[in-house]
Ligand binder design. Structure first.
Ligand code: ATP
Ligand code: MG
Ligand code: MG
Ligand code: MG
Length: 491
């Protein structure tokens, strides 16, 4: 029978600890510490950034690290690595996921890194080698970066046939943490879920059946603020493998949502909402959008639990604002598509704790706090959501050309009812109605500029967004403020 996700995670850590002398370093919080270039921790390497840059305090514990392995909580919902738009539409991008990783700080380099990864996948986990494809950096003449022949040779020497060793450019095979920070050429391992055919042409093509599972980065540079590449003092290895994707491979599932990391949560969603059972349908077949809603809610509830347990609460700016957006999307998909009753989100928390509590005990510890925060926030948005829905209906009835939605109304839903902009787009898209995203972005940019000016003028209002709740809150606190009266007043 297939191994469960806990055993798969343990086997990874044991392999690097026991067989190759790595030290297990626990996952850091998802909130980046002292790194303003990041909204969330987006990769296992984040906490080791000072090691790459050579800026680590020589008296610290970290300065002693040579070989390290871990399973890091990652969130990709903002900044350079932002997968929010893909979540629910595909079956292998999540906003929260676990990244299994091993590192060499100035110790082993390409050859050992590749052979350890290959040995673990093919012998340790028993994945058939003919299902695996590897990629390497094909170079970039404009930047004066040559192809990574060394890595190509290493894969050949490990017995990978030439037809399954593929070169790619900067976008796929030169990994960067953010706009600035450590970076370098990488080599990646992809898995063909179907087999029995030549899948080389499907690698890196967003094909759900040929999925990237492991990235091995050879950290050699730092991307400076002026965009140039500076050579690092030493060469390091930084790898990352998505646990959810690995588990789907080892449990013989084509979708991450069909693994034991998600199925208990999907079950709880069905019980709590009374929605028809999750069928695992994708795209066009999913006419009622029920399956997509299941995936979005299952994804978002994991992210919400992990973030809140780490002290990131839904709020009004930066990381907190991103979390609020995720929460509101979850509320909307739950109540409108799955027809879930109030307090539904908090009812899913026990299933998340069941799945992830062993690996991340803070979830169990913070369980009741998580449930309270979810309930409060769900309540706050449900009323706005109902009003917003009525506004959308009425607008569509009144429009002569209902194929495109008036930008002004969309903006007012955002500005006055706290609808995340991407959510409005999604709600309309489901009905085949388009929205001028560029015009909306323009309004958002104007608003941001206005906000910045206000902020400079009046510290008292810092970070408070004028939606219906905060406006009432401001008035209650006696803060002088005006309601930039919405052009469309439907109340
Ligand atoms: P993709 O091309 O599929 O978006 P990526 O190249 O952006 O992945 P990396 O930055 O190389 O991903 O991260 C290392 C590994 O982490 C990936 O090989 C994948 O297994 C996993 N991973 C990355 N993003 C996600 C995500 N949003 N959800 C789940 N796993 C992910
Ligand atoms: Mg990606
Ligand atoms: Mg990729
Ligand atoms: Mg990658």
């Amino acid at each position: 029978s297939a191994p469960n996700s806990a055993a798969i995670r343990r086997a990874f850590l044991r392999y690097f600890q026991e067989k190759h002398g790595h030290r297990h370093v626990p996952s850091s919080s998802v909130r980046p510490r002292g790194d303003p270039s990041l909204l969330f921790v987006n990769a296992g390497m984040n906490q080791f950034k000072p090691m790459f840059l050579g800026t680590v305090d020589p008296r610290s514990d970290m300065a002693q690290y040579r070989r390290v392995a871990n399973s890091q909580k990652c969130v990709r919902a903002g900044g350079k690595h932002n997968d929010l738009e893909d979540v629910g539409r595909d079956v292998y991008h999540h906003t929260f996921f676990e990244m299994l990783g091993n590192w060499s700080f100035g110790d082993y380099f390409k050859e050992e890194a590749c052979s350890m990864a290959w040995e673990l996948l093919t012998r340790g986990y028993g994945i058939p080698a003919h299902r695996l494809y590897v990629t390497y950096f094909g170079g970039d003449p404009a930047l004066g970066l040559s192809p990574d022949r060394e890595t190509q040779e290493i894969w050949l020497s490990l017995g990978v046939p030439p037809a399954r060793i593929l070169p790619f450019g900067l976008r796929e095979n030169f990994w960067e943490m953010g706009e600035t920070g450590p970076c370098g050429p990488c080599t990646e391992i992809h898995y063909d879920h179907l087999g029995g055919r030549d899948a080389a042409s499907l690698v890196n093509r967003d094909c759900p059946d040929v999925v990237e599972i492991w990235n091995l980065v050879f950290m050699q540079y730092n991307r400076e603020t002026d965009g140039s590449l500076r050579l690092l003092p030493q060469r390091h290895v930084d790898t990352g493998m998505g646990l959810e994707r690995l588990v789907s491979v080892l449990q013989g599932k084509r979708s991450n949502y069909d693994t034991d990391l998600f199925s208990p949560i999907l079950e709880a969603i069905m019980k709590g909402s009374g929605a028809p059972r999750y069928r695992g349908l994708l795209g066009k077949e999913d006419a009622g959008h029920t399956d997509m809603a299941y995936r979005v809610v299952a994804d978002h509830i994991r992210t919400l639990c992990v973030c809140i347990a780490d002290g990131v609460y839904p709020g009004m700016s930066g990381t907190e604002l991103v979390l609020r957006r995720i929460l509101r999307r979850a509320v909307r998909f739950s109540s409108e598509i799955l027809r879930a009753p109030p307090h539904f989100l908090s009812s899913l928390v026990p299933s998340v704790v069941d799945v992830l509590g062993e690996a991340f005990p803070e979830l169990e510890r913070e369980k009741s706090q998580i449930m309270n925060i979810l309930n409060e926030n769900e309540e706050a948005f449900l009323a706005s959501l109902q009003r917003g829905r009525r506004i959308i209906e009425r607008t569509l009835q009144q429009e002569e050309e209902p194929q495109t939605f008036p930008v002004g109304v969309a903006w007012s839903l955002h500005r006055n009812l706290g609808f995340p902009l991407d959510l409005i787009g999604l709600m309309l898209e489901e009905r085949g109605i388009s929205l001028d995203k560029a015009a909306l972005d323009h309004l958002a940019a104007e608003e941001a500029e206005r906000k910045m000016k206000n902020q400079q003028a009046d510290e008292a209002q810092t970070g408070l967004e004028l939606d219906v709740h905060s406006l009432a809150e401001l008035q209650r606190r006696g803060v002088p403020c005006t309601n930039d009266s919405p052009k469309y007043d439907y109340t």
